[in-house]
Design a protein around this ligand. Structure first.
Ligand SMILES: Cc1ncc(COP(=O)(O)O)c(C=O)c1O
Length: 393
């Protein structure tokens, strides 16, 4: 048989999936995959059921049901201060995941480069490969995950087509400041590049951190693709509804790619998403409070168990140094540490190297996520107490 596609040869199975499988087999606690193990609001379930009963069961308008596009623009105006026309500037997609690949496919020509901060959300690597872009990585350095302005400037050049910015950030919890976004914007303007911003955690913020949308910076409205979805803000990662907001010239291309990739996002869930986007501020305040408490709880558990970690300013992940525990668990690198941790404590994590292009499994870090029920988080605490601390606590 002739060989299959060369580009997909380099794709490895996501380590998160391997960890999830081992975790399920061990009946363990999955702090690897970023999905809530608690229920979404009842109101949303009712809205989805109502949409199905009301006969919203056929193909949607390919680039998004009009009610949802209107709701996306109204919410972006209210929360982000972003002006967008539902008729020309929005594409509803199957999650932020599809919004990102559709955007890349719409932008990239052979030889184009994209700038990506590293560590990065796992999908951006394959997205670059599938779209034919050459990624130029710029390091974010812990514990505050800042970047060096000179290194960023050096990553831009005449071939730069776009930069991907994920704020609040997975896996680091970094929330890019207005000043940092401004530095990035200046480079986009200088090199005629597009900013593709993944703002899926925009509502999950701590310690007074503020979310700033790149598209609202001077000169950036026409050259930013703002990506978002209902997955994280409303705890419905399985519904697969997201969107890209961009100026008409960009949206026309994104819509074409989207049409051929997936035709449309699930119709009934688009209608339920309209209800989600209408939630009052109190909903988001409660969400933040809930996650802030989980963050404090998990960091305490981790530090008592011997990890070292800096508190994230947004999203629901903690990157933790496991150095003090490596010998005890007989781990030689971050992947073997994650495997040994599941075997020893039944707690699943993600090796830090999953978020780097070439870390060789030696980041010395693993990522924990805390969008989990109290019951799960307490079980993790008890397991660490029993199995990681010498003689228990
Ligand atoms: C930064 C980031 N972007 C996108 C996604 C996927 O979003 P969606 O479920 O909307 O496809 C995730 C999921 O973990 C994520 O962390």
């Amino acid at each position: 048989m002739k060989s299959l596609s060369h580009i997909t040869e380099s794709f490895t199975e996501s380590v998160i999936r391997e960890m999830t499988r081992s975790c399920d087999a061990a009946g363990g606690y999955n702090l690897s995959q970023g999905f809530p193990d608690f229920e979404c609001p009842d109101e949303l379930k009712e809205a989805a059921i109502r949409a199905i009963r009301d006969g919203r069961n056929q193909y949607p308008v390919t680039f998004g049901e009009p009610e949802l596009r209107a709701a996306v623009c109204a919410k972006a105006a209210r929360y982000n201060g972003l002006v967008a026309d539902p008729g020309t500037d929005v594409t509803v997609t199957c999650g932020a995941t599809e919004a990102m690949i559709a955007t890349m496919k719409a932008l990239i020509n052979p030889g184009d480069e994209i700038v990506v901060f590293e560590p990065f959300y796992e999908n951006y690597g394959p997205d670059a490969i599938l779209s034919g872009a050459t990624p130029r990585f710029v390091p974010l350095r812990g514990p505050d995950w800042s970047f060096d302005g000179d290194q960023l400037a050096a990553a831009f050049g005449p071939r730069t087509k776009a930069i991907v910015v994920n704020t609040p950030n997975n896996p680091t919890g970094k929330v890019f400041t207005r000043q940092e976004l401004d530095q990035i914007a200046q480079l986009c303007l200088k090199w005629d590049a597009v900013a593709v911003t993944d703002e899926i955690y925009e509502h999950i913020l701590y310690d007074g951190a503020r979310h700033v949308s790149m598209a609202t910076l001077p000169g950036m409205a026409d050259r930013t693709v703002t990506i978002n979805s209902i997955s994280k803000s409303y705890s419905v990662t399985g519904w697969r509804v997201g969107w890209a907001i961009a100026a008409r010239r960009l949206t026309e291309r994104i819509r074409k790619v989207h049409d051929f990739l997936t035709v449309g996002a699930p119709t009934p869930f688009q209608h339920a998403a309209v209800v989600a986007l209408g939630f009052p501020d109190a909903y988001y305040e409660a969400l933040c409070r809930r996650y802030a408490e989980a963050r404090t709880f998990l960091i305490d558990v981790l530090e008592r168990a011997g990890f070292r970690c800096a508190a994230p300013r947004g999203a629901y992940y903690v990157m933790a140094d496991y150095g003090a525990l490596a010998e005890r668990l007989g781990a030689s690198d971050d992947t073997s540490f994650s495997r040994r941790l599941i075997e020893t404590t039944r707690v699943a994590t993600v090796p830090g190297s999953s978020f780097y292009s070439r870390a060789g499994n030696r980041t010395g870090q693993v990522r924990f996520c805390f969008c989990k029920r109290w019951e799960t988080l307490r079980a993790v605490r008890d397991s660490f107490r029993e199995r990681l601390l010498p003689g228990g606590e």
